[in-house]
Design a protein around this ligand. Structure first.
Ligand code: SDX
Length: 425
């Protein structure tokens, strides 16, 4: 592989260095382009632009490969626990048995939210979207755990965030249904605590359903990281300015909320409900997608990187059937989703554009089967993505020569013009 690229601009040739990653990806280094040529590159939405070098997650969109720190997503979803994947993404390796036990205990023991923060919930209307609550509450953690540059303090804040985010999420659910908050318990694991805080009621004992726990473990692992997606890039950009962990992650939560990104899992269920109410007329909605007069999109379909299949969607589709039958749930939306996928993938519009189901297409059906309400789906995505955001925030913070992220632009507005006094306008 050539070590240089040549750019010819206005007859002048410029050599540009080339970086090759461990999986053979080739990046043309343009960090000195403007100094050398006076020109910049232009790549709206960054579809062809590498923002950084990263050792956390590898995606091959053509071959449907997703690996966290080299481990294949199918193996992690099958064999790992979500806390193990958090450790892998953040610290770069799977924990040894003692490390696993210690990490798990720390995640449990830091689950409580400061009692004063409970008052914040009183200020939210019952109809507040839990993503708005999650973003606000995570940013507010910086008021209780101020930033400190020591490694120990940053590591403790990482544990606090991982541990408390699930408590905040469960509290936001209880707030939305007017039930009392259920406190985390030190004898429960991460997932047991979350499910108990979500679904237990003070008046009766609650037992975690193993099928639900296992399905949730898989869902959180599948969402744990995805390299430079919209919300992770947001976390890196905010963190590049030196903002603290809580402020940076709060920005990531807000970025994830959009329906084109993490908000898609909620939008998929809402779309499937519309199709169901409309007599499951799949072709009508596939045709609507193709119509230039409509901005209807098949939510849960398409991906910037995956152009053959999203390995996470495959895993979720395979487990959805099993989980729903184990739970004795007969959700017509699963059948509608599968038929819609069949109809869409037989249509040239989708085939030509390489549009396949992404991670959001089936995840909502599993969350529903577990009793999680639709407006909590993106919160579940955020809980899963937390270790990935943290790992990227840390990687950028520790990168040698890291600089504040500040892209350039091509100005297309008015050229210089004279001031016009009010009376002459
Ligand atoms: C996530 O980046 C990540 O890694 C994200 C994520 C992660 O783990 O962090 O994987 C999670 O966000 C998954 C994506 C969830 N979003 C959705 O399901 C929303 C629906 N999908 C689309 O909005 C779209 O596919 C995106 C946003 C996912 C990707 O958008 P791109 O890469 O900008 O693609 P595009 O909009 O340029 O689409 C290319 C063509 C267009 O048609 P033409 O203009 O060429 O005629 O495909 C069409 C689009 O109109 N198209 C769709 C479509 N998605 C793309 N047409 C109908 N339905 C769709 N869903």
């Amino acid at each position: 592989m050539t070590q240089n690229a040549k750019l010819v601009l206005e007859g002048k040739e410029t050599d540009l260095a080339v970086t090759v990653g461990t999986e053979g990806e080739v990046g043309i280094d343009i960090s000195a382009l403007r100094a050398k040529t006076g020109a910049i590159t232009l790549d709206p939405s960054f579809a062809n632009t590498g923002a950084c070098e990263s050792a956390i997650t590898y995606i091959d969109g053509e071959r449907g490969i997703l690996r966290y720190r080299g481990y294949d997503i199918a193996d992690l979803a099958e064999y790992a626990t979500f806390p193990e994947v958090c450790h892998l993404l953040i610290y770069g390796r799977l924990p040894t048995p003692p490390e696993r036990e210690e990490f798990r205990t720390r995640l449990t023991r830091h689950s409580l939210v400061h009692e004063d923060m409970k008052k914040f919930f009183e200020g939210f209307p019952q109809t507040a979207h839990p993503m708005g609550i999650l973003s606000a509450m995570i940013a507010s953690l910086s008021a209780y755990y101020p930033e400190d540059d020591t490694h120990e303090e940053i590591d403790l804040n990482i544990i606090r965030l991982l541990a408390k985010a699930k408590t905040i999420a469960a509290f936001s659910y209880k707030k939305s249904i007017g039930q009392p908050f259920i406190y985390p318990q030190n004898d429960l694991t991460y997932l047991e605590n979350f499910l108990t805080m979500m679904f237990a009621v003070p008046s009766e004992p609650y037992k975690v359903d193993e099928v639900v726990r296992s399905a949730l473990n898989k869902l959180l692992i599948l969402h744990a990281d995805h390299e430079q997606n919209c919300s992770t890039t947001t976390v890196r950009v905010v963190g590049s300015g030196g903002a603290n962990l809580f402020a940076s992650i709060s920005a990531g939560v807000s970025a994830l909320w959009g329906p084109l990104h993490g908000g898609a899992n909620q939008a998929v269920i809402e779309m499937l409900e519309v199709i169901r109410k409309d007599g499951s007329n799949y072709q009508k909605y596939v045709d609507l997608t193709k119509s230039k007069d409509s901005d209807f999109k098949l939510m849960g379909f398409g991906h910037r990187v995956y152009k053959n299949f999203d390995p996470r969607a495959l895993i979720l589709k395979q487990s959805a059937d099993q989980v729903l039958s184990n739970l004795g749930v007969d959700d017509p939306l699963l059948e509608i989703a599968m038929r819609l996928e069949e109809v869409a993938l037989a249509d040239p519009y989708f085939v030509e554009r390489k549009l396949y189901p992404n991670v959001d297409f089936y995840s909502g059906i599993l969350y529903r089967a577990m009793g999680i309400p639709t407006d909590m789906f993106t919160v579940m995505f955020a809980l899963g993505r937390l270790p990935g955001w943290i790992a990227h925030w840390l990687e950028q913070r520790n990168a040698p020569g890291a600089r504040i992220n500040r892209p350039r632009q091509i100005y297309t507005g008015e050229t210089a013009r004279e001031w016009v006094p009010l009376e002459d306008r």
